[in-house]
Design a protein around this ligand. Structure first.
Ligand SMILES: [Ca+2]
Ligand SMILES: [Ca+2]
Ligand SMILES: [Ca+2]
Length: 285
């Protein structure tokens, strides 16, 4: 299936985020230094309710066919909704990430996902000290590569330090391990990676977006979470129980919500439903 996949190069359908879009959402100060456990917000029902209420404008429009559903019915509706999207080429992803992951305190920089470091946008590349395009859903899990499709879907593509990206590799996500060098508090062992606390929920919601968006259509693998590590090239990502806990532990913040909005307004025209409605994780899984 994958071997015969041929894709035409899509025109870069990229409208650069306008200054208005970039500043439309208030973004609180975001430290450029790695977050620590002590900065983790407590899990509260209010946090989830706030995230839901903040995006209620989309419930009667974008999400109207999904509202009130649960389980496979909800997943199916969301799949249909979010599959209507503009697709980027892999080369266009560089500039997109410079907008979606811009440091709210320094427009010349991006925030690196795992380390929390603020680094110059101009330092994108493949060398030590550069940032590159991390596939949070590791592209080997389903072997989708970097052709236009899941491998260029910026909902799960994030700037990361080249060396930290290499340490993560294609490991599944789980708790535990030893500290990753320059990883901002991220941990790893031989078969899994645990991101720093401040982005645990972000990682969970990216993985689960991918599971809903890619259901086996268009020649791409059906991506799904499971409770394993060592998934290798199978189209699965673990561990689901841990990802669900991370979604509760780290609710969407302004940076993550702004990112979703910039992707929707200026790039892909689709949304990550779990950033708008984190409670939908439990409703489906
Ligand atoms: Ca492990
Ligand atoms: Ca977060
Ligand atoms: Ca799927």
């Amino acid at each position: 299936m994958l071997a015969i996949r041929m894709r035409t190069r899509r025109r870069k359908a990229v409208a650069f985020a306008t200054a208005a879009a970039l500043t439309a959402l208030a973004v609180p100060a975001l430290t450029a230094t790695p977050a620590t456990a002590t900065t983790e917000p407590p899990v509260t029902a209010a946090a989830t309710a706030t995230a839901t209420a903040a995006n209620s404008a989309y419930d009667s429009t974008y999400y109207k066919n999904a509202i009130g559903k649960t389980g496979t019915s909800l997943k199916s509706s969301l799949h249909t909704i979010i599959s209507s999207q503009t697709k980027l080429s892999y080369s266009a992803v560089w500039d997109a990430l410079k907008a979606t992951d811009q440091d709210p305190n320094n427009s010349n920089n991006v925030i690196l996902l795992y380390s929390g470091v603020s680094r110059a946008k101009s330092l994108n590349g493949g060398n030590t000290g550069n940032w590159n395009r991390e596939h949070v859903w590791a592209k080997s899990h389903g072997d989708f590569g970097t052709s236009t499709g899941p491998g260029t879907d910026i909902h799960h593509l994030r700037p990361t330090d080249v060396q930290v990206n290499s340490v993560r590799g294609n490991k599944d996500f789980d708790n535990g391990g030893s500290a990753v060098a320059n990883g901002g508090g991220s941990l790893t062992d031989s078969d899994s990676f645990e991101p720093r606390n401040a982005v645990k929920g972000d990682v969970a919601r990216m993985i689960l977006y991918m599971a809903v968006r890619y259901e086996g259509g268009d020649g791409w693998a059906d991506l799904e979470p499971n409770n394993n590590v060592n998934n290798g090239s199978a189209p699965y990502m673990g561990r689901l129980a841990v990802l669900k806990a991370w979604n509760e532990q780290d609710p969407p913040d302004a940076f993550e919500q702004r990112r979703n909005q910039v992707i929707y307004d200026s790039y892909q025209r689709n949304r990550n439903p779990f950033i708008d409605h984190p409670e939908w994780v439990e409703a489906i899984w």
